[in-house]
Design a protein around this ligand. Structure first.
Ligand code: VG1
Ligand code: CO
Length: 539
């Protein structure tokens, strides 16, 4: 029985860099999720006769939210839902399933790398038929709708059993529960040289994949252990848990410190990779060696010939403006285009849809290619394994060879967390106004060559987006300022800094970037405005 439920709107359902992301406590308020989902359906002209992929990363509230959305979909006339077994799919697998089935849309229940559990975060990513997250224009339409919504439709019916593979019906809607790994694995087998990677493992190469108690654990066991033959136990923290076992499932030097400690110990394996909550981010480590994500994108691009799917050539590459310029130097050498886009994966999609780029990446541990329209954590790890298998070199050697060829871009991101939103907005506003006055000035012995906001003109849809403020120095260093669009605790100011060195590759990034951080804090008046004398998080 279809029910129309009266509701009152919430005013805070704006989507950020990657969907809507809120504290669980906010999401579980009465009709909060329903209001958002109905607004989404309404703002895209309804879902009558449409097919959607629906799943999540298994975090707390995934099971409840998915049942609500199944019932709402049926009540709104959806033709079919494709759902991963037990309501789970990684974000990259979801994009693959959406594209393979030519679905009209996709809903992924995740707050990505944000912590889970009752006191953690929950979120919804919405993808359109191109397999990528919706544009800012569509987000805006959904947000407008959420502010005035008065009712939603649902069905009064028991929950659906999502443990059973196969087809079932709810009212007129077909529900297909699928193996979450199969299609994704097939795609990886088409891209990479699995035989070469198998031989690498047979040769005694040691490996750890850390799934951070999140969605990619079962993918890791299947792909790395069962198919590629990595020893049993190579996949760590493989069981997806609603609270990620208390971990902050963000694979970086701070939140995956346990893995970093292992890799810098005397019993480190040859290689370690980690993923985030929904499996779209990756971290790459070698024995006593860390690969910065910006370098990783550049290194993968430089080594594209080793990968069967790319060996005949690649289109251009793209990076977010905040990501280091390392990949641009590779693009120049390869004589391919290098695009710079605003932060957020959706901004790469038009470039992929029009064959302008093959690879893209973000400094926030995200890399991927046009095989899907999301970043892809396991893809990045397989890419590295494939290069290692083909060259016989270690992670460190591959990276050092890269530096020797192109120079090293020292890069770090500094986050100032939990700032009052008004303070953060005023800081960015005033900094933007002051930018022109910095040009030609010398700070700490470094001369500013240019300073301006980053404005992106989408070559395909003609839209323009302003995202971040950039300060360039004559010595090749660069500062980028942005406010985060995924946090749930006040505002986070991100300061991204890079400096380029052609000859010295063994310096400590923190030492190299220290003076620029000092300049960054000074010109944005960070201490004066936020009271913070240093960043809360450096990654
Ligand atoms: C952050 C990252 C950005 C990434 C986004 C979503 O956004 O900086 O690069 O695309 O998270 O990633 P922000 O606005 O907080 O800087 V995920 O893995 O959370 O979907
Ligand atoms: Co993620």
């Amino acid at each position: 029985m279809i029910k129309t439920v009266e509701t009152t709107p919430y005013q805070d359902q704006k989507m950020g860099t990657a969907g809507i992301r809120k504290k669980v406590k906010t999401i579980i308020q009465q009709n909060y999720l329903e209001n958002f989902v109905q607004s989404l359906f309404d703002s895209i002209g309804g879902v009558q006769g449409k097919t959607f992929v629906l799943s999540g990363d298994g975090r707390y509230y995934n099971d409840i939210a998915i049942q609500k959305i199944i019932k709402m979909s049926a009540a709104n006339g959806m033709k079919k839902l494709i759902i991963g077994q037990n309501g789970m799919l990684s974000t990259p697998a979801s994009s693959r399933i959406l594209l393979k089935n030519k679905a009209d849309g996709g809903i992924t229940l995740t707050a990505s790398h944000n912590p889970g559990g009752e006191n953690g975060d929950f979120g919804i990513k919405y993808a359109t038929s191109n397999g990528g997250q919706c544009s800012a224009q569509i987000s805006e339409k959904i947000y407008e709708k959420t502010k005035t919504i008065t009712s939603f439709k649902t069905l009064d019916t028991p929950d659906i059993d999502l443990s059973k593979l196969g087809i079932q019906y709810l009212d007129h809607m077909e529900i297909e529960v699928i193996d979450p790994i199969k299609d994704y694995l097939l795609m990886m087998e088409e891209i990479f040289d699995f035989d070469a990677i198998k031989k690498l493992f047979q040769s005694g190469f040691t490996f750890v994949f850390d799934a951070m108690n999140a969605v990619t654990g079962p993918y890791g066991i299947k792909i790395f252990e069962e198919v590629l033959g990595a020893p049993k136990g190579s996949v760590h923290q493989a069981k997806p848990l609603p609270d990620f076992g208390g971990l902050h499932p963000d694979p970086n030097l701070v939140y995956a410190k346990h893995l970093v400690d292992l890799m810098y110990s005397d019993h480190a394996p040859d290689f370690a990779g980690a993923n985030d909550g929904d499996g779209d981010r990756n971290m790459i480590l070698g024995k006593k060696f860390f690969v910065s994500p910006s370098d990783s994108l550049a290194i993968l691009t430089d080594n594209y010939r080793y990968i069967p799917a790319y060996k005949d050539g690649i289109y251009g590459v793209a990076k977010s403006a905040a990501t280091s310029t390392a990949v641009c130097r590779v693009a120049e050498k390869l004589n391919i285009a290098c695009y710079e886009v605003p932060t957020g994966w959706k901004n790469f999609c038009n470039l992929m849809d029009t064959n302008r780029i093959t690879f893209c990446g973000e400094e926030s541990f995200g890399t991927s290619s046009s095989h899907i329209r999301e970043k892809d954590g396991i893809w990045a790890i397989l890419f590295w394994l494939n290069i290692i298998a083909a060259t016989g070199k270690s992670v460190e050697q591959i990276t050092r060879d890269f530096w020797a060829k192109y120079g090293r871009t020292y890069y770090l991101r500094f986050d100032y967390d939990g700032i009052d939103s008004n303070v953060a907005d005023a800081l960015m506003h005033d900094l933007e106004e002051n930018l022109p006055s910095f040009e030609g000035k010398i700070f700490e012995g470094c001369k500013v060559s240019r300073a301006h906001p980053f404005v992106y003109h989408d070559v395909v849809d003609g839209s323009s987006t302003k995202n971040g403020l950039l300060v360039y120095f004559e010595d090749g260093a660069r500062i980028c300022y942005r406010l985060s669009g995924t946090g749930t605790n006040g505002a986070t100011l991100r300061v991204y800094i890079e400096a380029y060195d052609k000859h010295n590759f063994d310096l400590n990034p923190k030492d190299v970037l220290k003076k620029y951080l000092k300049i960054a804090a000074l010109i944005a008046q960070i201490e004066q405005r936020t009271g913070k004398t240093e960043p809360d998080l450096t990654t």
